[in-house]
Write a protein that binds this ligand. Sequence first.
Ligand code: FEO
Ligand code: CA
Ligand code: CA
Ligand code: CA
Length: 566
Amino acid sequence: MDKGMFSMQTMTRRKFLAYLGTGTAALAAASAGLGPLAGTAHAGRTADHMFGYKSNKVSGFFEPIAPSSEDQLILPRGYKYDVVAAYEDVINEAGDTFGFNCDFTLYFPINGSNTHGLLWVNHEYSSDLFVTGAPAGADGKYTAEQIRKLLYVQGGSIIEVVRDDSGVWSMNPKSPYARRITGLTPFRLVGPAAGSTAVNGATTVQGTFANCSGGMTLWNTVLSCEENFESTAEDAGLNPTHYGWVVEVDPFDAAFEPRKHTALGRFNHENTAMGLSKDGRVVVYMGDDKKDACIYKFISSKQYLPELGRGNTVLLQEGTLYVADMKKGKWVAMTIEAVTKRLNDANFKIPSSIKLKREELQAKFQSQADILVNTHEAAMLLGGTPTDRPEDIEICPFDNTFFVAHTNNDSHGNIHGHITRFFEKDNDLGALEFDFEIFAAGGRQSGFSAPDNLSFDSSGNLWTVTDISSGSLNKGVFAHFGNNGLFVIPTQGPNMGEALQFASGPVEAEMTGPWFTPDETTLFLAVQHPGENTEDISKPTSMWPHRPGDTIPRPAVVAITGFRFS
Ligand code: FEO
Ligand code: CA
Ligand code: CA
Ligand code: CA
């Protein structure tokens, strides 16, 4: 068992007391009828404790830590972490192993338990140094065995996790559920682009990779998002139109064919945030994590029917994809009719970011499948607003506003990023009009830079991890922030928008995929790419998680819990 390191708080007493007050305000708001709205995937949490760290305070009680550059995962006083699974750990009796660079985590209770469940974990990308070795083929490319490994270490892991009587989380390596989904697993393409010429007629494709973040469906399956797929597709000689999708897997049922939902568009998918419109249709928010790229939402044609359970998956195959026009405050429907109309209008000026000529675009966009496969270009033609790398999106469980982490964009001076809060018209996720505000800005004044994954707790606090690139950490204007961290930002009350640091990660790591158990007694968190800038494998820049016998750093998932502190 690893114990989190402790650090002195640097927060002023005024700030700290005000923070405690925030939680109370949030609870009051909840009991006054603003409480958890049906339909978001966040229901059923209690709020009288924090990770089992019982106090007479409110949810969210902790003493914030200071930034650090130590090669440790540092937590506030009273909290510890257990390493649940690290790269290459055996996850089942078949000998499958945990993938590299873990990202999104999603806990599925077994029989409603908060101490026993399945954990889905994304694996985003590989490493020449720690995984495959540099390309070793005679042609300067990866060998077949290197490609197999490159594809195997990405995708997702399903592992069984349990918390024992002494409060320690571990993985059950004999689990009958545990399995891998990888770049080698067969997938079915579903939705309007399946079988179209835009994907070379494919209805089945090989594997998933570049799995960044994701989300939970209302029917208890996982959505995992293919983000920066280009390099792996190229290295492995695979058709790039088969990647860049949202994929769905049922962690409990291997017989449920893993699938890619083409109706949700193809781009650098960060995550999904699913909720319901007022009239009961499924709404999925998504960001395209690329400089000057857009925010999207999908609305299903038909209504969600809880009694159908997993059968609701078909809702993701038929509906409308919208892109956000932030100047007009409108969601623009992305249809082939709308794109064709624009291209046929001689007065319409092709945006300068698109390098193709009008005739080339007319040839490219012939069908709805073409829109879905080339989503970003279509969005630019339809007036979608280019933004500063939209990463995670989360729907606030209290008021149906949704939050977007715009991580940064150095192309036009947004060095530290910001978190944007969107207000849908009439608080209806199905609305076609919205307004927005900058909820929190990264920078020395707030103490965080480069917000990435988001998660809400039941007190309405937004948990935010940061992703300052390894090459920038602890240097220049990033020196203030130390290593990447995990911050808690109240969304209501006097400290609204103020970031309180809960964790500091190891050297050259980012922390990803924060996910609570339903009762919030445990927070799962992935530690990705510790020691990423290592040049000489015999001298790694990080050795986290510092397990005896290890000679390299290992990306790993941890379970954070509180313990009584006297
Ligand atoms: Fe994989 Fe957008 O971070
Ligand atoms: Ca991310
Ligand atoms: Ca999230
Ligand atoms: Ca990132």
